[in-house]
Ligand binder design. Structure first.
Ligand code: PEP
Ligand code: MG
Length: 636
């Protein structure tokens, strides 16, 4: 193999190019060329290269040949190519080609265009888009009005789209440190190198002084789906003093600036953002994904607003409504605290009477937002340490409200103390000790459904009541009997024929092991893979982060099992429980509602073991839809 030299004079050069625009997907040759240079000069971003189109003027013959090569390669690989080449004394040499990395926006456009060009079919198009990158389409852009008021300080290359506002920092270490204490930062660098990756991850956006669209910063940021503006040569950088000058203004460390990764504009100060709007190609790919997937995709939503957002993003129902989350707001938390701190049935009923209308109202809002789609409402599961008041003022307010002294309340709180709240008095254990809680929640769920059904006779509402933290058949049977007694009486009284379902979460290993006992009296199982992971590993959900890094460093575990389902251990338990459950109840509806429901590899696993649905947070719904389709296509 002989060497080709791009740095042997002005009739030589080197280039990096994509057959289509990797930022937008536009079908137009895109890249850069540098005369009298080697490939690494382009990638390192040390000199800012010329756009590829200018190569046509300087090297017309080599350029024409290059265009033909691009077509040949695309026709062969049926995908956008990322190529490196050298021109030595006017003659073209191809060094390398590979499928090009691209933004989510470009991935969708290229996939749709390739279908329209007859190069690939719909399934291939669905398989081509990396589900995780959809995140970048679903995240905020600058608010147009706020942008008008903002001052453009400079313009460089829009290397990776998105909008970012943050405080200037000048090193990867600082980016990490500032982000760790909750600050939003923009990482400003002369150019980036692999040592900067962690800092880039921590930053809202990246701004570089040198480098083109194929420089390290641009390529890596695009891969991360992170906003990046590169090659801003007007910046006078003073790294040592952690400051730079742009358009006559000196920016010190900590000063706010904003970046538009699509236009390349750099704005002074912080600019507010708005939710993303999704283009036509997104809808086409999602439509194809929906055509080929088997798994149903639901959402975890606790408020009417979240439910509405999830519905817009294609959720087919709610798989988990955490009812305790309805009380996180300042104006509501008092009521649930009173319920927790009640020491008599009367007091608890009084507190529950405050909660009931709030719950019923929210349930009505959620049913309306979901337009007749299934809604699974999980009964209260407040880990006590999250809800018991600790502030003196809150304790005083509660004492006043409940007609008790501060000391009495403090004594109650002390009595509620648990060494292991996650394994404590939560979930259905609350309903076993205080059945009035299950009664109140059943009333709220059923009355809300009766009201909404009356308003919308065209919908066939079937509320699904889900009992959390079940570990034993008799425990579930007890809580279920309370639910059915209250629900049936209300429905009868209303002269309605409303149907409802009662199912349980499987998040205690014992429930998984005894799934065949529980299944005959359960309408559905929803695997709570957060608690199940916690209890199968014996890792506290709240504390495991402190030591898990050592496990990754020592290659004992590769991933955070709370983010990506541990298929070998927790997954095996889920798969067996699903099989055991179906063995005694073939109609059992099976899903997952832990955080893993929106993780692509976990979604694939759920498809493979035959679950019926996954449920995830609203913004991850499109990711789950696409991942479910890819799993089905792979499986076919
Ligand atoms: C779970 O445990 O997986 C779950 C969904 O419930 P939570 O996260 O509310 O405990
Ligand atoms: Mg749980």
């Amino acid at each position: 193999q002989s060497m080709a030299f791009g740095n042997m004079g002005d009739d030589c050069g080197t280039g990096v190019a994509f057959t289509r625009n990797p930022a937008t997907g536009e079908k137009k040759l895109f890249g850069e060329f540098l005369t009298n240079a080697q490939g690494e000069d382009v990638v390192a971003g040390v000199r800012t290269p010329m756009p590829i189109a200018e190569m046509a003027e300087k090297f017309p013959e080599a350029f024409a040949q290059f265009e033909n090569v691009c077509k040949t390669l695309e026709d062969h690989y049926r995908d956008m190519q990322d190529m490196e080449f050298t021109v030595e004394h006017g003659k073209l040499y191809m060094l390398q080609t590979r499928n090009g990395k691209r933004t989510a926006q470009a991935a969708l456009k290229i996939a749709c265009d390739l279908v329209d060009e007859g190069m690939i079919d719909e399934k291939k198009a669905v398989a081509m888009v990396e589900p995780r990158t959809l995140d970048t389409l679903l995240h905020p852009q600058f608010d147009a009005a706020a942008l008008k008021e903002s001052k453009v300080m400079g313009k460089a290359l829009g290397a990776s789209p998105g909008a970012a506002s943050g405080k200037a920092v000048f090193s990867a270490e600082d980016a990490k440190a500032w982000a760790a204490r909750g600050e939003k930062v923009i990482l400003v660098r002369l150019e980036t190198s692999p040592e900067d990756i962690e800092g880039m991850k921590a930053a809202q956006g990246i701004l570089t002084v040198r480098g083109g669209m194929t420089s390290h910063a641009a390529v890596v940021a695009r891969g991360m789906g992170k906003c990046c503006v590169s090659g801003c040569g007007e910046i006078k950088m003073d790294e040592e003093n952690k400051q730079f000058e742009l358009a006559g203004k000196t920016y010190h460390e900590g000063d706010w600036l904003s970046l538009d990764g699509s236009t390349g504009n750099i704005y002074d100060g912080a600019v507010s953002t708005v939710d993303a709007t999704i283009g036509g190609e997104f809808g086409r790919i999602m439509g194809w994904a929906d055509k080929y997937r088997r798994l149903e995709v639901r959402t975890n939503a606790d408020t009417p607003a979240d439910a509405k957002k999830a519905r817009e993003l294609g959720a087919q129902g709610i798989g988990l409504c955490r009812t305790e989350h309805m009380f996180f707001n300042d104006d509501r938390i008092q009521a649930i605290r009173e319920m927790i701190c009640s020491d008599t049935v009367e007091q608890r009923e009084k507190a529950l009477a405050k909660l009931e209308p709030m719950q019923q109202g929210d349930f009505e809002g959620i049913y309306e937002a979901m337009e007749g789609c299934p809604v699974t409402i999980r009964f209260l599961d407040p880990p006590l340490h999250e809800f018991v008041p600790t502030e003196e003022a809150d304790i005083e307010a509660m004492a006043k409200d409940m007609g008790k002294t501060v000391e009495e309340i403090k004594a109650i709180i002390a009595g509620l103390h648990e060494f292991n709240p996650m394994m404590g008095h939560r979930g259905c254990r609350l309903s076993v000790t205080f059945p009035e809680i299950a009664r109140m929640q059943t009333r709220a769920v059923i009355k809300a459904a009766l009201n909404v059904q009356a308003r919308h006779p065209e919908w066939d509402l079937v509320p699904e009541i889900m009992i959390p933290l079940v570990g034993e058949l008799k425990e579930f049977a007890y809580v279920k009997s309370i639910v059915t007694e209250v629900a049936d009486a209300l429905i009868k009284e209303a002269g309605s024929n409303l149907k409802y379902k009662v199912g349980n979460m499987i998040e205690i290993p014992r429930a998984a092991m005894c799934a065949d006992d529980i299944a005959p009296i359960s309408d559905f199982f929803s695997f709570g893979s957060n608690d199940l992971t916690q209890l199968v590993f014996g890792f506290s959900r709240d504390d495991a982060g402190k030591f898990l890094d050592a496990y990754y460093d020592k290659k004992i575990y590769e991933n955070d099992p709370f983010a990506k389902l541990d298929q070998h251990g927790v997954g095996r338990l889920i798969s067996n429980a699903a099989r055991w459950g179906r063995s005694t109840n073939p109609d059992l509806h099976l899903g997952i509602c832990g955080e893993h429901g929106g993780d692509p590899s976990s979604v694939e696993f759920c498809h493979r073991i035959g679950l019926d649905y996954v449920s995830c947070s609203p913004f991850r719904v499109p990711i789950a839809r696409l991942a479910a389709a890819q799993a089905a296509i792979k499986d076919a």
